[in-house]
Design a protein. Sequence first.
Length: 196
Amino acid sequence: MFSQEIVDVADTEVSASVRRALAGWRGAADLPHLGTVRFDAGVLPGWVRAFQTKQGVEAWQHWGPWVSRHWDSLNPDVRSRFETASRYTPADLAAAERVLREARTRVDDLLGDRILLLPSASSVAPTRKDAAIGGPAIEQTRAQTFQLTCLAGLSGRCAVSVPVRSRTAPVGLCLVGPQGSDRHVLDLAARVSAAL
């Protein structure tokens, strides 16, 4: 199944490529029926913040002692994330965990044992030149991609990405399946790859 609202989180090039892949899916006799589901994508930025808070707390707990002695060894973007993580409080973590519990329940209620199809990333890969510049454009892309990738991570679901045709750079179609369905999702991914 897929949600147009989730597909639309990606930029125009990626969402168009994913839509073409989904049209191909519907035309492929050996793939299961493809249904749709409505989803309020407006909740995703809050879910990402909660996910990143929990991730930051865990990263700081594990790596904080080392990072505290080696701040200058870190890339500026990584350093910035660790600086943010070092300031999280137990109240921040508790609030994030409440949001994540609600998000997991919502995803589980929405999907049940079905597989969700969505873009693997919000854009095609940036050029080395653009990536080296960093800054707001890269951070915006990163934030949008996290809105897509957090769905599997926060719900504990398995996910695999398969390439789909695009008019320029490679694009991925992500299959997100229920917990414990890894083999089934991998088998379906192989069939999707062959069919599309």
